[in-house]
Design a binder for this molecule. Structure first.
Ligand SMILES: [Zn+2]
Length: 465
């Protein structure tokens, strides 16, 4: 039985979907205005692991991850660079897509963008005004009326009365209550703007996610995810808007990942304590970042340091050691090692599932896999043949791929070996042009022995580990 920690209930709960075998899942994505850092990769990796495991457990997962492509930060950066805000957003969306692929994060079912959801956003704000949950102010803004929502604060555990003390209207705001928040903001000069019944303006951040949920998943969803820095106000406000609009409970499970920290503080652009995804990838293989997260608990903060990257890389090497072939000359006549190993593989599978079923306890899942690696390596040392090792090795490959790890290919972006392989493939292409089949086949076969597959097709030759 899968159990999931639900921020709304403040405890682990049995996982039951709205519809059998289908998981509707929404995760708040990035605001695209500058180079993404590894803190941004953390949420994407955490929910990729969740998604992969749910798929392994037999669910169809419909995953929606948005791009926030209209926002103060984007507008300010675009203005300071003298470029169009939409161009800037497009550039960083493309970069993030590339990085997601290198990190082996499966693409979402849909990646909606705020700017493409204006009709739905306006429809929703209009509906909230009609029901008395929102009001247009004289300055062209539209605000959500928090006092009209009896359970406002239920996700973050805050009460309006407590929050009110520190809150006050910013200059230019015309709210009835200081905790009211903007659904629509009247545009200032130089800002991107859309037509609306309340004049030219743009949506507030929170309503964008409510509208994208409604468009792509419907009124009710199974999992709503995001970083735990989004619990308040973003997710609190999303619940308030959506439930006030539909009159139905919104998400069944609210899942939040811990923050990636550097030098004791949340990694963020504003503090400047960050490592960009590209910087990380220039020094380490992509799976090391995933392994760092798998080693910890997704809900806890993760403190970035050379030590934890080293530990992640050592862990990957250890997992890979399980896939080494038998000793030369080993035959299956030696011992009953094979049967024992088969049994161990079955136990591992169950231990892995038990751990992951407990709120995606990936470090527990990994512990089971390390145990299996130890058994495989012991069996190999005892003379087990490749045939005897294979079932356990297949289990290892299968379960590591459930976690999104790639044991067969060492994804070292810019790694030294890759350059030499590319060189050999180029030389082989020249040999083929000269119809020197002997050398070209020799290169192909020798690379194959090293675990590199070459494929010739009409557009040329590709290779992979
Ligand atoms: Zn959101």
């Amino acid at each position: 039985m899968l159990r999931v920690y639900n921020t709304l209930a403040r405890k682990k709960e049995e996982f039951k979907t709205l519809e059998p075998n289908l998981v509707k899942m929404y995760v708040c994505g990035v605001t695209v205005y500058s180079d993404a850092h590894i803190g941004h990769a953390m949420f994407a990796l955490v929910f990729d692991i969740v998604r992969r495991y749910l798929t392994y457990r037999g669910y169809d997962v419909r995953l929606v991850i948005n791009y926030t492509d209209v926002d103060d930060k984007i507008i300010n950066r675009a203005n300071s660079l003298g470029v169009d805000a939409s161009e800037l957003a497009e550039k960083y969306i493309n970069e993030f897509r590339r990085q997601i692929e290198v990190l082996n994060i499966l693409p979402a079912t849909v990646n909606p963008r705020a700017t493409q959801e204006m009709p739905q956003i306006i429809r929703m704000i209009d509906g909230l005004i009609e029901k008395g949950f929102a009001y247009p102010a004289k300055n062209g803004d539209v605000y959500f009326r928090v006092t009209k929502d009896p359970d406002y604060g239920k996700l973050s555990g805050r009460r309006i009365e407590d929050m009110q003390a520190g809150a006050r209207n910013e200059v230019g705001e015309e709210k009835e209550h200081p905790m009211d928040f903007a659904l629509w903001k009247a545009s200032k000069t130089g800002e991107p703007a859309w037509d609306s019944p309340w004049g030219q303006g743009r949506p507030g951040w929170h309503i964008e996610c409510s509208a994208m949920n409604l468009s792509h998943l419907g009124e009710q969803i199974d999992i709503h995810g995001g970083g735990n820095d989004l619990v308040f106000p973003h997710h609190e406000n999303e619940i308030a808007q959506t439930e006030s609009y539909t009159g139905k409970p919104f998400a069944r499970y609210w899942m939040h990942n811990g923050m990636l920290q550097l030098q004791g503080e949340k990694m963020s652009k504003s503090i400047g304590n960050l490592v960009t995804i590209d910087e990380f990838l220039s020094r380490h293989e992509a799976d090391a970042l995933r392994m760092m997260i798998l080693n910890g608990s997704y809900r806890a903060p993760l403190s970035y340091s050379d030590d934890i990257v080293d530990a992640a890389e050592r862990g990957l090497d250890r997992l890979r050691s399980g896939l080494k072939p038998a000793q030369p000359g080993a035959t299956s006549t030696s011992t009953n090692v094979g049967t024992e190993l088969d049994k161990q593989a079955e136990t591992t599978q169950q231990t892995f599932i038990d751990a992951m079923d407990d709120d995606f306890n990936s470090s527990g899942g990994l512990a089971a896999l390390f145990e299996l690696v130890r058994s495989i390596n012991t069996a190999r040392d005892a003379g087990a043949s490749n045939a005897q090792l294979k079932p356990a090795q297949d289990t290892l490959t299968e379960l590591t791929s459930v976690l999104g790890l790639r044991l067969h290919e060492k994804k070292s972006s810019g790694g030294d070996a890759d350059k030499f392989i590319a060189l050999l493939v180029d030389i082989r292409t020249e040999m083929r042009k000269e119809k020197n089949w002997g050398i070209s086949d020799l290169i192909r076969d020798r690379l194959k022995d090293l675990g590199v597959a070459i494929e010739d097709n009409k557009d040329g030759t590709t290779w992979h580990w």
